[in-house]
Ligand binder design. Structure first.
Ligand code: RIB
Ligand code: CA
Length: 305
């Protein structure tokens, strides 16, 4: 059993990752969500996770995190996720409220008492960079950080960088230099374990959760369709799938350095194999990844009527 905190900026793919985790409650104990500015503003991404929890009738604690990067400016991404950060599904304003403590206060309080917690980071690393900068002694209390972020050969937000790292490279550098065991899922493995656009048609059917996923994909896949692609990555799914079945992935070990500035290089992740202990996922069994995702949504359709 992994006890996990999900650090997130929902975000269409964040929600699909969270749904997959919810379907595996016997392997993943979901302790909380910590939100952070990224895909959209802190308010909007927090609102999105609260809306989805209300839709499912669950109340996993939500802690609001940092509303802007350590040094850089906020750069929301309406092109990929819409003005709301989760365009597509029409969900009522949430009843559920976030907790009073901030995400960083929560992390500090929890990690002082526990040391067997895995943090799944699906967003810019601002919360974790702030935590490790203010309380570096707690790095020993984090079992591992499994993050979606980084790129080995080419970026999705500039020539070389992936969005989560680009949005707050200073925070990412703190995390990678902290000594915490880190597993990185860069863009390449997310595409290798991605979904064929034709496969998204399976969600066009009865089922409360399938309807949510269909509405998410209807908006999310525009980006791929506009570019004539026949598949797309569900980026944030990969860290969850890794926790559920490491054997789906080919991994390498090495050192990760982060470039902080430069039009083409801000957020670039430089992987030096064999020079460190960070794990980098470099390939995926796509069919195996998609089977876990599809089965998870099937299960949730049974659970949430
Ligand atoms: O680059 C992909 C990442 O940026 C994903 O986490 C997606 O949700 C966006 O935040
Ligand atoms: Ca995300």
């Amino acid at each position: 059993m992994h006890r996990i905190i999900v650090d997130t900026d929902p975000g269409h793919d964040d929600i699909m990752a969270i749904l997959t985790a919810l379907a595996h409650s016997s392997e993943l104990e979901l302790l909380s969500f910590c939100t952070v500015a990224g895909n959209q503003t802190l308010e909007k991404v927090t609102n999105n996770i609260l809306k989805v929890e209300d839709y499912l009738g669950i109340d996993i604690p939500v802690y609001k995190g940092c509303d802007h990067p350590l040094v850089k400016e906020n750069k929301p991404q309406p092109a990929a996720h819409g003005e709301s950060g989760m365009d597509g599904p029409i969900l009522p304003e949430p009843v559920l409220k976030p907790q009073k403590e901030t995400a960083v206060e929560y992390y500090k309080e929890l990690l002082k008492k526990e040391d067997k917690v895995t943090i799944i980071a699906l967003a810019p690393l601002t919360n974790l960079g702030t935590l490790l900068k203010e309380a570096p002694e707690l790095s020993d209390h984090i079992e591992q950080i499994v993050l979606m972020g980084g790129a080995l050969h080419g970026g999705n937000i500039n020539k070389y960088a992936e969005f989560n790292i680009w949005h707050d490279p200073e925070a990412a550098k703190i995390v990678f230099d902290s000594g915490v065991k880190t597993v990185m899922a860069p863009l390449e493995v997310c595409y290798a374990g991605g979904i064929m656009l034709r496969e998204t048609k399976r969600f066009n059917r009865k089922g409360k959760v399938s309807k949510l996923v269909k509405d998410l994909f209807d908006f999310y896949c525009r980006y791929a369709i506009d570019r004539g692609w026949d598949s797309t990555a569900v980026f944030d799914l990969i860290p969850i799938l890794y926790l559920l079945n490491e054997d789906l992935f080919v991994q390498k070990k090495g050192k990760i350095d982060v470039i902080l500035d430069g039009e083409d290089t801000q957020g670039q992740t430089l992987f030096k194999e064999g020079e460190g202990d960070h794990i980098v996922l470099i390939d995926a069994d796509r069919e195996g990844c998609m089977k876990i995702f599809f089965d998870a949504i099937d299960q949730l359709d049974e659970r949430y009527i």
